[in-house]
Design a binder for this molecule. Structure first.
Ligand code: FAD
Length: 385
């Protein structure tokens, strides 16, 4: 697995290129055939999980010392990008495994790392990330979920909303208020297990896209957990949650790149085949210009995303700006490119007989989660290079 921390800012190494080939062929053979069905039926892509676990690609970011593949941030981006190229829902398996577990990687004790990263690396458990609540989305620090100390334990109560892979994951990083007088500095992070008494889940949300990725509420009803499940010190949970997003917004950018690449590849093939006015529509300059713009936007987004991945790997000081910029730019590009792909297929593009309408619906979420693109602009403005 690629693990070279000194890679060129903009150019993946030969190892990264090799990884891309491996993931692409696995994704085309074992994930793509189920993508339309998973979307249509709104079911979890079990085939994708099985294939990713069998190839050790389900949580590549886990460090080697905890039994993982030890992939660098760019390698993780490439895995997510190539899975998203065929099925965005499936790409949330490696992406959210990183999102959910990164707080433990960044701030957890040695014992927490050993206990929770090992099963994740083996494919025995998935990890989710619980920050958002019904009344605390963009203003996540306004959360109400509480964790109250009781001897050697904490007791958690509250509702987390929009939790990706809820119900499927064994482990949940939960941000909760431990000192209501301190707002964001009174928030702590904990690992909660699905099997902890008092944990339950809401009905799956009925969504526009990524229909194969379960999104549910997580209910915490007097969930009593040992105090050593706290990630880092009391009051550091919000800072850990934000530091995590600096890194994982790069993986949402990767997802956007993959979705856009899938749509561009499909449209490129279609315009060669489709004939109007006695010739392939690819012969019309109006069509060629659209494809040129799509490819140009995609490549600009890719360069920014890979630069951000390099910064994530090196823990550069300007990662906060770059993570937000990559996520915002790549997701906006993906929305434009997938919309243009539907346009290039004409009426056929508007039907479920072709994959581009699914890609357009899936692209939309990349502008919303891990902070909306308005929030990304707030983050960038506060961290201008
Ligand atoms: C499918 C899906 C999966 C998700 N997965 C997870 C997950 O796994 N874990 C998790 O914790 N969360 C998850 N989320 C939550 C997601 O991160 C939030 O939906 C998002 O942060 C926006 O919060 P909100 O929905 O409450 O919107 P709101 O915060 O209510 O925003 C509504 C609108 O107001 C805008 N807005 C808000 N504040 C400002 C401002 N200051 N300036 C300008 N505009 C502003 C927003 O950009 C948006 O357009 C998921 C969401 C979805 C839909």
């Amino acid at each position: 697995m690629a693990g070279n921390k000194d890679f060129d800012l903009y150019r993946p190494s030969e190892e990264h290129d090799e990884l891309r080939k491996v993931v692409r062929s696995l994704a085309e053979a074992k994930i793509a055939p189920y993508a339309a069905e998973v979307d249509e039926e709104g079911r979890f892509p079990q085939e994708a999980l099985d294939a990713l676990v069998a190839a050790d690609l389900h949580a590549v970011h886990v460090p080697e010392e905890f039994g993982g593949a030890g992939a660098d941030a760019l390698a993780t981006v490439i895995v997510i990008e190539e899975v998203a190229r065929v099925c965005a829902s499936s790409s949330l398996i490696p992406a959210v495994n990183k999102l959910g577990s990164l707080p433990v990687v960044l701030s957890g004790s040695e014992e927490l790392k050993r206990k929770y990263l090992g099963p994740l690396a083996k494919g025995d458990a998935m990890f989710s990330y619980c920050l958002s609540e019904p009344d605390a989305g963009s203003d996540a620090a306004g959360m109400k979920t509480k964790a109250v100390r009781d001897g050697d334990h904490y007791v958690l109560n509250g509702v987390k909303r929009w939790i990706t892979n809820a119900g499927v994951s064994e482990y949940y990083t939960v941000m909760a208020v431990t000192d209501p007088s301190k707002r964001s500095k009174g928030i702590s992070a904990f690992v909660v297990e699905k099997s902890d008494e008092g944990v339950s889940f809401g009905a799956p949300e009925k969504k526009l896209g990524i229909k194969g990725s379960p999104t549910r509420e997580v209910y915490l009803d007097n969930v009593r957990i040992p105090a050593d499940r706290m990630i880092g010190e009391e009051g550091t949970g919000f800072a850990t949650a934000m530091k995590t997003l600096d890194h994982t917004r790069v993986t949402i950018a990767a997802q956007a790149l993959g979705i856009a690449q899938g749509a561009l590849d499909y449209a490129k093939g279609y315009v060669q085949e489709r004939k109007q006015f006695g010739k392939p529509i690819a012969d019309f300059q109006g069509i060629q210009f659209m494809l040129a713009d799509m490819a140009m936007k995609l490549e600009a987004a890719r360069q920014l995303t890979y630069a951000a991945a390099a910064k994530s790997e090196r823990l550069d000081g300007d990662l906060t700006f770059f993570g937000a910029a990559a996520k915002c730019y790549a997701s906006d590009a993906a929305m434009e490119i997938t919309t243009d792909a539907v346009q290039l297929l004409g009426g056929y593009g508007y039907t479920r007989d072709y994959p581009v309408e699914r890609m357009m619906r899936d692209a939309k979420i990349t502008q919303i989660y891990e902070g909306t693109n308005q929030v990304q602009r707030i983050v960038m403005a506060r961290n201008l290079p």
